[in-house]
Design a protein around this ligand. Structure first.
Ligand SMILES: Nc1nc2c(c(=O)[nH]1)N[C@H]1C(S)=C(S)[C@@H](COP(=O)(O)O)O[C@H]1N2
Ligand SMILES: [Mo]
Length: 162
């Protein structure tokens, strides 16, 4: 039986009515280390990091229906963490948070166990062009999630290690 006595986990909803546009336009992304250190980068920064591609992706959207297959390109969470976090950092998961308050949690073991052909990706292009604001601008792609697009977070504004 489900225990409804505890608070609902905002980063693991069972269903969600998707937003189709973020509340504001700021596209900067803040990276928060487990020790509270914060660095902020512009979306363009992603083009200077190692790039990965993910093809054959479908977005199973509650609002727009299923669309795809798409080819997304961007930086894997694994590469982002390796480039930005010192090895001494101790963390168990990343909270991927969007400008509209939506988000998901990605466990460290998911980041490291995801294969090179199906990595968890911070995508900034779709089908070889920049993603539009409506499409999410910077969007998390979790290939293993195929139900209701609950982890395909659009408009990422914060990545927090905890
Ligand atoms: N930031 C943000 N990302 C989000 C959502 C949202 O409301 N806000 N909704 C999720 C859900 S439940 C769905 S179905 C898809 C909708 O994606 P689409 O607009 O590309 O169809 O976005 C996902 N990512
Ligand atoms: Mo959804």
């Amino acid at each position: 039986m489900k225990d409804h006595s505890h608070q609902v986990d905002r980063l693991a909803p069972e269903s969600h009515e998707p937003n189709f546009a973020p509340p504001y336009a700021k596209a900067d992304i803040s990276l928060l280390g487990p020790d509270g250190t914060t660095s902020t980068f512009k979306p363009e920064h992603l083009s200077s990091l190692p790039r990965s591609k993910l093809s054959g992706c479908f977005i199973v959207s509650t609002g727009h229906g299923t669309s795809g297959p798409f080819e997304f390109e961007g930086v894997t969470l694994r590469d982002l963490v390796q480039m930005h976090f010192p090895k001494s950092f101790d963390w168990a998961h990343l909270e991927i948070l969007a400008a509209d308050g939506f988000g998901t949690r990605v466990r460290k073991d998911e980041i490291y166990s995801s294969s090179d052909v199906e990595p968890i990706l911070l995508a900034d292009t779709i089908d070889n062009r920049p993603m539009t604001r409506d499409e999410g601008l910077i969007r998390l792609i979790v290939p293993s999630e195929r139900v209701d697009a609950l982890r395909q977070v659009k408009w990422i504004s914060q990545i927090r290690a905890a």
